[in-house]
Design a protein around this ligand. Structure first.
Ligand code: FES
Ligand SMILES: [Fe+2]
Length: 432
């Protein structure tokens, strides 16, 4: 449970808010590299933390991120022409390079005029199939992080994001809540038994125990959390522990070990839910595995568009919303489907969005299964308060290469922490 005041502090991410200030101290994924497929391709409008930007790939293939609105008279540069080493505003033709340098101002006779100012540009890096941006103060730009999927070839990695129309914390809550799996995902989990996909195999045991033992510990980087289930298998009983790790402000390593998430706020009431799968051997990025994986969890383009989980469709009347009861299919339920929703992704999105654009946490009744949630709230509020006080927020200077999500059998008498021995446990954070 959170006071209204703390909830506001945790959820609001606009300019000048405590959590918005914290987010702006980190490198954040903003879009997929493949959304800017080649040099001089069409630019893309990007909204992050309530601010409007334009991303484009210049003639050399380098990506830039500028304020969306032209410095001259604020026409949208998302309408601009990407050509000759920059982006040209279609209104009066001013042209800007990826670093904000003004290359041309054709309606001004004075050739020196363009040297007097710059467009507002932000540092950009590409890694792991994602375009990363840093929106914070120049003098506080942190080192670029290194996540394990940065090193694998493109063919071995699959990056995708649904757009979820609710506050980012509601999406995070689902990622550190193992007990919802055997209820909300009852029907899709039933189909995992026969599937050869790793994701299916790694999650199929979860349908059998609705009340796993849940524990969580604060760590140097944020916190990690475990769900422990006793599972009957043909060769006897086994105990399976699944550990997820949360790194502020928005990164989660899934216990499957090959799946990473970033939940990046577009605004206070919408977020991008980045998923990256990777494997040294498996060609996640190539067919047929790519489509199999996406379709299995409801992340293929057709499924995202149909449910309003893409930028193309999220603002259309057809998008799942309260008005259409999140497109729930009651007939399918009567025929035996538990939720009447298409797949994992849509089930998670529906319950996340159904609590309201920013849900009220002063009225929640947490139970033992929710033990990780107060840790999440505290980690985020710690970040917000640190940023507000001018300190480096929790999660900023951590060695991301040592953080894992992991699952595996637990021998009798062994602590689950032994599955992730490199995580340094710290005393519980009491004051947010
Ligand atoms: S508004 Fe962009 S060049 Fe005038
Ligand atoms: Fe879920």
């Amino acid at each position: 449970m959170l006071s209204k005041q703390d909830n506001e502090m945790m959820c609001r991410v606009g300019t000048g808010t405590p959590m918005g200030t914290a987010f702006r101290r980190f490198w954040l994924p903003a879009l997929l590299s493949e959304e800017l497929p080649h040099a001089d391709c069409d630019p893309r409008r990007v909204q992050l933390l309530g601010e409007d930007f334009v991303a484009f790939r210049d003639s050399e293939g380098k990506v830039g991120l500028l304020n969306e609105y032209c410095p001259h008279r604020n026409a949208s540069l998302a309408l601009g022409r990407v050509e000759g080493g920059g982006i040209r505003c279609i209104y009066h033709g001013w042209k800007f390079a990826i670093d904000g340098t003004v290359l041309e101002t054709p309606n001004v006779a004075d050739p020196k005029f363009k040297d007097r100012f710059k467009a507002c540009a932000y540092p950009v890096r590409e890694a792991g199939g994602l375009v990363w941006v840093y929106l914070g103060p120049k003098e506080q730009q942190p080192e670029f992080p290194k996540w394990p999927f940065f090193d694998v070839p493109d063919a071995n990695r699959l990056a995708v994001y649904p757009v979820i129309s609710c506050n980012y914390v509601q999406v995070m809550e689902g990622l550190i809540d193992s007990s919802h799996l055997s209820t909300l995902h009852t029907s899709p989990l039933k189909t995992t038994g026969g599937s050869e996909l790793d994701f299916a195999k790694k999650t199929s045991h979860m349908q059998f125990q609705a009340a796993p033992r849940i524990e969580a510990e604060d760590t140097e980087f944020g916190f990690h959390y475990v769900a422990i289930r006793d599972v009957s298998e043909p060769d006897g009983e086994r105990t399976i522990a699944r550990i997820a790790s949360f790194v502020p402000p928005c990164f989660v390593l899934n216990p499957n070990g090959d799946l990473w998430f970033a939940i990046v706020p577009v605004s206070d009431t919408r977020c991008m839910f980045f998923h990256v799968w990777w494997d040294a051997q498996k060609k996640f990025g190539e067919e047929p595995l790519r489509s199999q994986q996406l379709e299995f969890v409801g992340l293929d383009q057709a499924a995202l568009d149909a449910y309003g989980l893409s930028f193309r469709t999220c603002d259309t009347p057809q998008a799942a919303s309260r008005d259409n009861n999140f497109l729930q299919d009651r007939d399918a339920q009567r025929r035996g489907h538990f939720t009447g929703l298409p797949s994992f992704t849509q089930e998670d999105a529906a319950v996340g969005m159904s609590g309201g654009p920013i849900r009220d946490r002063s009225r929640e009744m947490l139970c033992a299964a929710d033990v990780a949630l107060p840790k999440l709230y505290r980690a985020l509020l710690t970040c917000a308060r640190q940023a507000m006080n001018g300190q480096d927020p929790l999660g900023l200077h951590v060695d991301t290469t040592r953080i894992i999500g992991v699952s595996g059998p637990l021998a009798a008498g062994t602590h689950w922490r032994s599955l992730a021995p490199q995580h340094k446990v710290v005393p519980t954070r009491i004051s947010a």
